[in-house]
Ligand binder design. Structure first.
Ligand code: GRE
Ligand code: ZN
Length: 322
C-alpha cells in the first residue's frame, strides 16, 4: 500500500544514543546506531521502498525520562525538539514531529508541548513511560494529581499523547531473567500498567477529550479487556473511575501496529476497538520497515480497513490534510 503514515518512528541524539544500545547485540547495534542518527538518507530510502509517505518522528527511549537531573533533561528536551523541527523543515512532505517532553515538572512539560505545537508545528507528544525524577530509584507515573494540570493542557492543545515503553520500574520480578526486561515482555507489562493507572484514576472523566496512543497493538491490553472490566467490579478497594476500562480504551485510546506484525493479534484488536482506532507504525529502526510493510500490505483484513489503519486514521487524528 502506498501513502502509509507511521507514528512510532524513532531517532536519537548523540546524547541519548546509548539508551538504545543496551537492548541489542553489537552486530545489530552497528546498523541501529547508523539508522537512529540518520534523517535524510537511509530513512527516506526505506520509506520510499515500503510505501511509507510520512513518519511522525520521536526521540528514542528512555532518554529524557531516565535523566534524573531535571535541568539536564530540560536541556536535552529542547535540543531534541529543535533538531526534530530542523529535519521536519527540510522534508515537510515526509516528516512531522512528536514532542519529546521531560516530565519532571508538569508545568515545564506543558509549556514545552505548547512551544512544540504552536511554534514548531508538532502534532503531539511521545513520552517513554515513568520519570526517574531526582533519583534513579524514583518512578513518577502521570496519573497522580500533580500531573492533571499537564493533561488539561494536552486536552486544550488538542493533540495526542503517545505513551511509549521503557524498562519496568519494578525489576525484582525479573531477577535472573534479564531477557524479559526489554521489548520481549517487560516493556509491554510496564506500559500496560501505566495505561491502566491513567484509565483507573478517573483522568478521562475529568478530561474526556484526551487521546493517548499505545504501540505494539496496545501492549497486550486488547486481549484482556473483558477480564479486567469484570474483575475490577469485584475489587474491595473500590475503583475511582466512572466508566469501565474497556470504555476508556475504546473512547480515549488509539493503538499502533509498531513492532507487532501479527494478523491474529490485529484481528483481535479490530474486534475489540474497531479499525477506526488502529494506526500503522513500524517502530523504525528497531524493526525493519520492509518486514512491517510486507506484513501489513498483505494482511487478511478488508481493503477499507487497510486504508484507514495505513493512512486515513492518522490523517484525521493528526490533522495532516490529504
Ligand atoms: C522501541 O522503541 O520500541 C524499542 C527500544 C529498544 C529496543 C527495542 C524496541 O526503544 O522495540
Ligand atoms: Zn518504539
Amino acid at each position: 500500500m502506498q501513502g502509509k503514515i507511521g507514528l512510532e518512528e524513532h531517532f536519537a541524539l548523540e546524547g541519548t544514543l546509548g539508551d538504545s544500545e543496551k537492548f541489542v547485540g553489537p552486530q545489530t547495534w552497528k546498523i541501529l546506531r547508523r539508522r537512529l542518527l540518520d534523517f535524510q538518507s537511509e530513512r527516506i530510502e526505506q520509506m520510499d521502498a515500503t510505501g511509507l509517505e510520512r513518519m511522525l518522528l520521536s526521540l528514542n527511549a528512555p532518554a529524557l525520562q531516565a535523566i534524573t537531573d531535571k535541568g539536564e533533561a530540560g536541556e536535552m528536551m529542547r535540543r531534541a525538539n529543535d533538531a526534530m523541527a530542523e529535519h521536519v523543515a527540510r522534508r515537510p512532505d515526509r516528516f512531522s514531529g512528536l514532542a519529546a517532553l521531560a516530565m519532571h515538572d508538569p508545568d515545564v512539560a506543558a509549556r514545552e508541548l505548547e512551544r512544540c505545537v504552536k511554534d514548531l508545528g508538532f502534532r503531539g507528544a511521545l513520552v517513554n513511560g515513568y520519570t526517574q525524577n531526582a533519583s534513579a530509584d524514583n518512578a513518577i507515573y502521570y496519573d497522580i494529581k500533580e500531573y492533571w494540570p499537564f493533561w488539561a493542557e494536552v486536552e486544550r492543545l488538542d493533540v495526542p499523547f503517545y505513551l511509549h515503553p521503557r524498562e519496568p520500574s519494578q525489576l525484582r520480578a525479573y531477577q535472573g531473567h534479564p531477557w524479559l526486561i526489554g521489548p520481549a515482555y517487560g516493556f509491554a507489562a510496564e506500559t500496560a500498567l501505566h495505561a491502566l493507572r491513567l484509565m483507573g484514576s478517573g483522568l478521562f472523566d475529568q478530561y474526556p477529550r484526551l487521546t493517548v496512543i499505545l504501540g505494539h497493538l496496545g501492549e497486550g491490553l486488547p486481549y484482556n479487556l473483558h477480564r479486567t472490566d469484570q474483575r475490577i467490579g469485584w475489587s474491595p478497594m473500590g475503583y475511582p473511575a466512572k466508566k469501565k476500562i474497556s470504555e476508556y480504551f475504546c473512547e480515549n485510546f488509539y493503538i499502533t501496529t509498531a513492532g507487532n506484525f501479527r494478523t491474529q493479534a490485529l484481528i483481535n484488536a479490530i474486534l475489540e476497538v474497531g479499525a477506526d482506532r488502529i494506526l500503522y507504525s513500524t517502530d523504525y529502526p528497531f524493526e525493519e520497515a520492509t518486514e512491517a510493510a510486507a506484513w501489513f500490505d498483505a494482511a487478511s483484513i478488508s481493503e477499507p480497513d487497510r486504508r484507514k489503519i495505513g493512512r486515513t486514521n492518522a490523517q484525521h487524528l493528526f490533522k495532516l490534510g490529504n
